[in-house]
Every structure is written in C-alpha cells, then in structure tokens.
Design a binder for this molecule. Structure first.
Ligand SMILES: [Zn+2]
Length: 161
C-alpha cells in the first residue's frame, strides 16, 4: 500500500508558481513517483495531477482517461484545435474553487510513458482538457489564471479535478 503524497495548495504557493524541469532519465525514483502520483490522484478523487502539486519540479503528469491511469513524462502539446469548449474546472491545489475555463477541444500531445516509450496521442473533450490543465501546472499556471475576472467562480463541496 502506497501512502498518498501531500498535495500543495494555494494560488500564491511558490512551487505551484514555478516551472518544472524536463525529466532526463526514467529511473526508479521517477517510476516510484509516477506510481505515488497515481495513487494520490485516486485517493483524492482527482482525474489529473502534476508533479509540482506534490512539490516535485519535474515535467510529469498523471491522468485518468477512460478509467485507465496514465503517467506522461515530458508532455508537450504539438497542436491545439481552433475549436474550443468551455467547462467547469477545479483543482486539487485550489480546494473549493471552481470556474468555467475555455480550452481547445482537441490536442495532439507527445510524451514518454513510464516505460520510456515515445507516444503521440490525439485527445479530445474532457481528456484534452485534463491534459491541458495538467501541463499548465508544469508552467506555473493555475486554472484560475484562465478565468476572466468578471466571470464568477463558485464553490462546491467536492472538487472535480
Ligand atoms: Zn490542477
């Protein structure tokens, strides 16, 4: 049983506002971190988690797509569709903060999986949204940065992401 990692919170947290560095080698430490991040995401009821959220400044994200969990290392969005959609988002690092965010409906993402294999996926809808949200974390961007000031945020009891 892996104990979940502590998830950092707060819009002004220095690590959440930092830029994560590329992973050079997928060693045991990275593999273990990926596993722990997946466990933490599941335990907290999230659908995505980025390494800076657990205080590790490396370009690693984990997501749940179609009930499968994925670890994406050094993810990079190669193309964004012009077509966008707007949907409510939340974040494990911003508990009880929610708001509508407009993002590209479709993306092509390149990454390495935990086995070190190069992958390229075309994602759409919620999957594309989660990956865009998580990659933002690697660049110190929080979803609230993408909400216009005049648009209201509202509160719910349970976070979605
Ligand atoms: Zn988040």
């Amino acid at each position: 049983m892996i104990s979940p990692l502590k998830v950092l919170t707060g819009e002004m947290n220095d690590l959440l506002r930092g830029t994560a560095q590329p992973v050079q080698t997928i060693d045991k430490t990275i593999v273990n971190l990926g596993k722990k991040m997946v466990e933490t995401m599941k335990k907290k009821g999230g659908v995505g988690l980025a390494a800076p959220q657990v205080g590790v400044m490396k370009r690693i994200i984990v997501t749940t797509l179609q009930s499968m969990s994925y670890v994406m290392i050094n993810p990079e969005i190669l193309s964004f569709s012009a077509e966008c959609s707007t949907r409510e988002e939340g974040c494990l690092s911003l508990p009880q903060k929610f708001g509508d965010v407009t993002r590209s409906e479709k993306i092509t993402v390149r990454y390495m999986n935990i086995e070190g294999e190069k992958k390229e996926d075309v994602l759409s809808g919620l999957e594309a949204r989660i990956v865009q949200h998580e990659i933002d974390h690697l660049n110190g961007i929080l979803f609230t940065d993408r909400i216009k000031k005049e648009e209201k945020q509202f509160f719910r009891e349970q976070p979605l992401y």
